[in-house]
Design a protein around this ligand. Structure first.
Ligand code: GDP
Length: 435
């Protein structure tokens, strides 16, 4: 009854898409448990590159089921757009896609709130993608969210009454707090739009906790696909520069309605260096340096969802070690190792220090509140100065590359199960623990 969780070990964009895609071969179901269409996975399929924001990459495989769990917030229009795009490219999206009827819906006012709130934050902005994900989670926690299961096309009145109350408050806040000069949300319009989107999403809706528990009980393999990364977890990340959901492995249980006893493996994905999108602390950042620019260019570090250029820096073993513990990680995949090919020297952060000379071997919880107080303590290693692109056997890697990987594994306290040497499926070194 294996339940395998895949999570990002850094601040997202680690290359989870490629690993999930590879692991999907062994799975029957791929389920997402948090986030919304603010995530973005790049998958290469039949020589074409796809970026999926909402639908799990399991959809690209024959005979696999892709699930959006109850912990995901779903923008129905974005979901339908993605379905249409995939179908146009020849990908089958029919009864192989299941969407939790208990998932909260991203409503049109959530996008308006996201944009107004970020604009009000001014210089203190947290770098949201503006797609209404944060406000949808806020409403979920405040118990004024809308779930697909709240709506019954044969019994519309209670839903309309609820929506009316919600809109009254939203319009009040938009007008009086955000000073919006835009037209208020009109009940009939919001209702009609929801009704028509619901009708198109309905074929995919189901009780996904029941589906997943039945599958696990029947001995099927479920891959739980995390979005974003551990450093962005609402509890354990660099708060307040975090996303609004639980990106760590525990989120797979609440976000899919399965018990922790079903989880047999937790695989963390880390890049061979570090990136971060948007604001927030990043001790190993190489801002304004030639190496930072090199990593950005060679690693093509531009957001799949936002098109924003990612900040780049050295591998941070403090961050990843913390991820190993917070997720109960059983193995790790190191991605984009080939990006480091031509660097003379590599640095790894093994600790932090503050202005008073205090040292830290763990991330203090105040790091998000004082983003510039900590600087890294580095260890240096020689680079390998040759291309490793496409190497698929560990023993074919140069000695310095192996030393770098082994040091990362040692510092983070986790065995490696996969090393990625290029974006393609076959540009991968599989290590022990893959089966
Ligand atoms: P995710 O959200 O964690 O899946 O990350 P992204 O979708 O942003 O994926 C990272 C990008 O890196 C994609 O364009 C991948 O094709 C690419 N990629 C993944 N693994 C490797 C690798 O080992 N080497 C290189 N050069 N690119 C990679």
């Amino acid at each position: 009854m294996p339940g395998i969780v895949v999570v990002g070990a850094q601040w997202g964009d680690e290359g989870k898409g490629k690993v999930v895609d590879l692991l999907t071969q062994q799975a029957d179901i791929v389920a997402r448990f948090q986030g919304g269409n603010n995530a973005g996975h790049t998958v290469m399929f039949e020589d074409k590159t796809f970026v999926v924001h909402l639908i799990p990459s399991g959809v690209f495989w024959e005979n696999k089921i892709a699930v959006l769990g109850n912990g995901v917030v779903v923008d129905p229009a974005a979901l339908l757009d993605e379905v249409a795009q995939l179908r146009k490219a020849g990908v089958r999206v029919e009864d192989n896609l299941k969407v939790s009827d208990a998932a909260n819906v991203v409503m049109p006012y959530h996008k308006a709130f996201d944009q107004f709130r970020e604009a009000l934050r001014g210089p203190g902005k947290i770098g949201t993608t503006g797609r209404g994900i944060g406000p949808a989670y806020e409403d979920k926690m405040a118990r004024r969210g809308v779930r697909f299961s709240d709506f019954n096309p044969r019994m519309e009145k209670p839903f309309r009454v609820r929506l009316e109350q919600i809109l009254e408050e939203k319009n009040f806040l938009l007008r009086n707090h955000f000073r919006s000069e835009e037209k208020p949300f009109v009940l009939d319009e919001v209702y009609e739009r929801f009704r028509s989107l619901y009708a198109r999403v309905e074929p995919y809706l189901c009780d996904t906790p029941a589906l997943l528990n039945d599958a696990l009980d029947a001995g099927k393999t479920v891959l739980f696909e995390g979005a974003q990364g551990t450093g962005l977890d609402v509890d354990h990340g660099t708060y307040p520069y975090v996303t609004s959901s639980s990106t760590t492995a525990g989120g797979a249980c609440t976000g899919c309605g399965i018990g922790p006893t079903h989880i047999t493996k937790v695989i963390g994905i880390a890049k061979a260096y570090t990136t971060r999108v948007g604001e927030g602390p990043f001790p190993t950042e190489l801002a304004g340096t030639a190496i930072g620019e090199f990593l950005q260019k060679r690693g093509q570090e531009i957001g799949a969802t936002t098109g924003r250029v990612r900040r780049c820096g050295w591998f941070d073993a403090v961050l990843v070690r913390e991820s190993v513990r917070l997720n109960g990680m059983t193995a790790m995949a190191v991605m984009k190792l080939d990006v480091l090919d031509s660097l003379e020297t590599l640095k790894i952060a093994v600790g932090y220090k503050d202005e008073e000379g205090n040292t830290y071997d763990r991330i203090p919880h105040w790091m998000g509140s004082y983003p510039d107080r900590l600087t890294p303590v580095y260890e240096e290693m020689p680079g390998w100065n040759t291309t490793i692109r496409g190497i698929s056997r560990y023993e074919d890697l140069p000695a310095n590359t192996r030393a770098y990987l082994e040091r990362i594994s040692e510092l983070c306290g986790v065995p490696l199960m996969l090393v990625s040497t290029g974006p393609r499926r076959e540009e991968t070194i599989m290590l022990e623990g893959m089966s």
